[in-house]
Design a protein around this ligand. Structure first.
Ligand SMILES: Cc1ncc(COP(=O)(O)O)c(C=O)c1O
Length: 391
């Protein structure tokens, strides 16, 4: 195949769906309904902009209803939500947490912030999330059990948890992963930062392990400017999460007593107000995202250079970021295509550099990572905003 014809066909397919850029069509931009202005203004008018105010609990309650989780605890960002989730799942300093090498660096940073060590396993090509087979193979290779604890016999460290990530909103194979985790007695934690509005077998992502983290960063489907949340069905874990993320202050109208070394990770009222307005119209955003993905799927069906990443058959994806996956023999053209797309005004990007190639994580324990390495050279994310269809 000739690069110029590949480039032209990709540009044409993207333009057909995203339109002709007048400037730059962003990879993902937020959608703010009318109510956003009303709610944020109310925070300003009432002076409740910071760590107290009604919007934090309204945001948490709405999030719990949307996801079906019993409790949602709002925090400053998804990284903090994941760090606290891991700690509450029982991860300690100098333990290992198994996670995908194909993820945004925040997953591994959250593990490191617990004082733990990420341990990388490979993903599967159709979901881009941890492969249950890779997890099973890796555990067979390195795991040894002592009572109800699991150790990496190569490093001597305890394995504290498995952290799965739903890449671009496409749910991981949660049943198969949970089955492996249960057999080894390992807690399953979901990095659901990208998957608000995504369902695996009819159940919202973030509801398949003990705890999950969601992100409301500026590039997500719903944004609070910066923000995150911990989801759980256990009241005791939610209460502890709330306590630890609000400086472990004991309730009292004027005294300041704290009973643990904790964090100030609480989401400000101002941010919660902005997020609540979007949660109220989330269904509309999800419909637009699915419609956009469907249009890309049709436009890309004609392409010979690769395939559009579709939601797994057992899942409903929020299609956070749409992705084209080049055929393996065309991986060398990825850079040229990215350049052409960006030059034309379609903000596009490759996958995150896999974790085992980053200087601070290169020496971490790892299994065989060939699918991660191959996908890194072949994935191209293209403009995915709901605003492309919602004006
Ligand atoms: C997979 C993944 N994990 C964690 C995070 C961290 O979220 P935040 O940026 O809100 O800290 C993000 C997104 O930003 C993400 O994409």
């Amino acid at each position: 195949m000739i690069i110029s014809s590949i480039r032209d066909s990709v540009l044409q397919a993207v333009a057909e769906v995203a339109g002709t850029p007048n400037g730059t069509i962003l990879l993902h931009e937020p959608y703010f309904p009318e109510q956003a202005w009303t709610y944020v203004k109310e925070c300003l008018d009432t002076r409740w902009v910071s760590s107290a105010g009604k919007y934090v609990s309204e945001f948490e309650q709405r999030l719990a209803v949307i996801t079906g989780a019993k409790r949602a605890v709002a925090v400053v960002n998804g990284t903090a939500a994941l760090q606290v989730s891991l700690i509450l799942a029982g991860v300690h300093r100098d333990e290992e947490v198994i996670c995908p090498a194909l993820t945004f660096v925040a997953t591994t940073n959250a593990i490191s912030h617990c004082g733990a060590v990420p341990h990388f396993v490979d993903v599967c090509e159709n979901r881009l999330a941890i492969s249950p087979l890779a997890l099973e193979n890796r555990l067979q290779e390195i795991a040894s059990r002592a009572g109800d604890r699991v150790f990496n016999r190569e490093t001597g460290r305890r394995i504290g948890a498995v952290c799965v990530m739903h890449c671009f909103g496409h749910p991981a194979d949660l049943d198969s992963l949970a089955e492996v985790c249960n057999r080894y007695g390992l807690p399953l934690i979901e990095d659901a930062a990208e998957s608000l509005g995504s369902y695996y077998k009819g159940r919202h992502t973030g509801r398949h392990g003990q705890l999950a983290a969601v992100s409301f960063n500026g590039n997500k489907i719903v944004t609070t400017g910066g923000g995150g949340a911990i989801l759980t069905d256990r009241d005791d874990l939610a209460d502890r999460a709330k306590h630890l993320t609000t400086t472990a202050k004991q309730p009292h109208p004027w005294q300041f007593n704290h009973d643990a070394v904790a964090w100030n990770y609480r989401l400000p009222n101002l941010n919660a107000a902005l997020g609540l307005a979007q949660l109220e119209v989330m269904d509309k955003l999800l419909v637009a995202k699915r419609d956009l993905a469907h249009r890309y799927e049709q436009a890309f069906a004609r392409l010979e250079c690769g395939k559009f990443l579709k939601e797994p058959a057992d899942s409903q994806s929020n299609y956070w970021l749409n992705a084209l996956i080049l055929h393996p023999e065309l991986a060398d053209y990825q850079e040229e295509l990215l350049e052409a797309l960006n030059k034309k005004g379609f903000q596009s990007r490759p996958l995150w550099t896999p974790m085992h190639h980053l200087p601070m994580y290169g020496d971490c324990p790892q299994g065989e990572l060939s699918i991660t390495d191959s996908l890194f050279r072949r994935v191209i994310n293209i403009p995915s905003s709901a605003t492309l269809l919602l004006k």
